[in-house]
Design a binder for this molecule. Structure first.
Ligand SMILES: Nc1ncnc2c1ncn2[C@@H]1O[C@H](COP(=O)(O)OP(=O)(O)OP(=O)(O)O)[C@@H](O)[C@H]1O
Ligand SMILES: [Mg+2]
Length: 414
């Protein structure tokens, strides 16, 4: 995101990342009292925020820490859970349905040759998806004439005829529309609703998340009656399941306020273990021999994962972690390195106790490059690597012990 915004000409210092469920929580806490949502943001209460977007569903449980004037300060109770079960998944299911009716090949060929018509068809589906109500019995969605022609060309008959033979009254073509029972339409929602319910259920199972005072549904997909009803029905023990008016804009509006008040989230739960790559003195009891090398006459181990934050750890705003680092550049064969910049690589993993950065599941999050102070590293390099979460990003700094010089960069925290 930061790279994209830099390319778009936004000054680095003018940009902070807002995390969607947090922004929504902030927005909800500021709503007028008559909407009946802000009242849940009382000290020590826990609130579950379910952000139902287009691509993803993100769930977080926050605890209200304090209230000062109008602002509510809160921290996360558990790391954010999420999955690719947003509203767009329903559209994908409709696409699958079309593939079953017309054949995958024909739909793919139609997309290649008539993308704008395909988009028009999907837009029509989107309108029906947003207005689906309990009273409806049948749904009609526009079907392109071009698509019908392609079907006719391949099968020698109109799709209308095939549907009559196969589905009788359940699915048919009337005029330029594909008409079918609303139950079929509802079935496009089933898979993602099931996953959303599972995800909420899983979150409720984590320590501290069991009994939220309220569940607040935000994001565009929470405007769907089908989805709201299914969630309420699946969690009768949570008495309050609410959604703000204009749920689709709650994230956006909350982000604007967050930009002005980024300190309102006082603690976040690490969703991964974060550390840096270092070499360490060799200890045969814990290290593998394959990673050893010699430096200054001593045996060292390369690629060690030096843990700074552990998955599920609560990290408070401003809390800094420091490790001391050394490097010895006395050997004749490493003299060339004294003029070279050093790279501090930051890694992440889901494991809570990684040993090496080469362990399965470790990924490089980013790196900061530190230039030699005054153009030359001393023979004994001594310094500190410091990590400080500042909102949704972590500032990583190298502080040289001798010169006090600081080099810093920012890495995504969430
Ligand atoms: N009334 C409605 N009924 C059903 N779905 C709706 C309704 N209104 C919006 N949606 C769906 O909500 C989704 C968009 O929500 P939103 O704008 O919150 O997503 P986003 O923030 O862009 O996505 P993400 O959070 O995944 O990055 C779309 O899939 C859209 O079809
Ligand atoms: Mg969103």
């Amino acid at each position: 995101m930061r790279e994209a915004s830099e390319r778009a000409g936004i000054e680095n210092s003018q940009m902070i990342l807002a995390y969607e469920p947090e922004a929504a929580a902030l927005y909800c806490s500021l709503l007028p009292a008559d909407q009946g949502i802000a009242k849940f943001f009382q000290e020590n209460r826990k609130i579950m925020i379910v952000d139902l977007g287009g691509g993803t569903v993100d769930i977080t449980v926050v605890k209200v820490i304090k209230k000062i004037d109008k602002l509510t300060y809160f921290e996360h109770v558990h790391k954010v859970e999420g999955g690719a079960w947003g509203g767009y998944h329903v559209n994908t299911q409709y696409e699958r349905f079309l593939e079953d009716l017309f054949g995958k090949e024909i739909i793919e060929e139609f997309k290649r040759s008539n993308m704008s018509n395909f988009i028009e068809m999907m837009n029509d589906f989107e309108v029906e998806k947003k207005t689906l109500s309990d009273e409806l019995k049948k749904v009609g969605i526009k079907i392109s004439g071009e698509l019908r022609s392609q079907y006719q060309l391949k099968h020698g008959k109109d799709i209308k005829k095939t549907l009559e033979e196969k589905f009788n009254d359940q699915i048919k073509v009337i005029g330029d529309k594909l008409k079918f029972d609303v139950e079929i339409f509802r079935s496009f929602f089933n898979e993602c609703i099931q996953h959303i319910v599972n995800l909420i259920g899983k979150t409720c199972g984590f320590k501290g998340c069991e009994y939220p005072s309220a569940m607040i549904l935000v994001g565009g997909f929470s405007d769907s009656n089908v989805v709201r009803k299914a969630i309420k029905g699946a969690f009768p023990a949570i008495k309050t399941v609410v959604s703000p008016v204009g749920a689709v804009l709650s994230v956006l509006k909350g982000s604007v306020v967050f930009g002005h008040e980024p300190t309102i989230v006082t603690g976040r739960v690490c969703c991964k273990t974060i550390g840096v790559a270092l070499h360490r003195p060799y200890n045969p009891a814990i290290h593998v021999q394959e990673k050893t090398f010699k430096l200054g006459g001593k045996i060292r181990v390369d690629d060690c994962f030096e843990k700074m934050f552990t998955v599920n750890e609560v990290v408070h705003l401003g809390q800094m972690k420091t490790i001391e680092v050394h490097d010895l550049l006395t050997d004749s064969q490493v003299q060339s390195r004294r003029k070279q910049p050093k790279s501090i690589e930051v890694y992440a993993t889901q494991s809570d106790d990684p040993k090496y950065i080469t362990d399965p599941g470790c990924v490089l999050l980013g790196r900061i490059t530190v230039n030699p102070p005054g153009g030359n590293w001393p023979e004994v390099v001594e310094g500190y690597i410091e990590m400080k979460p500042g909102g949704t990003e972590i500032t990583v700094r190298y502080r040289d012990k001798q010169t006090g010089l600081i080099t810093e960069g920012q890495i995504d925290f969430i």
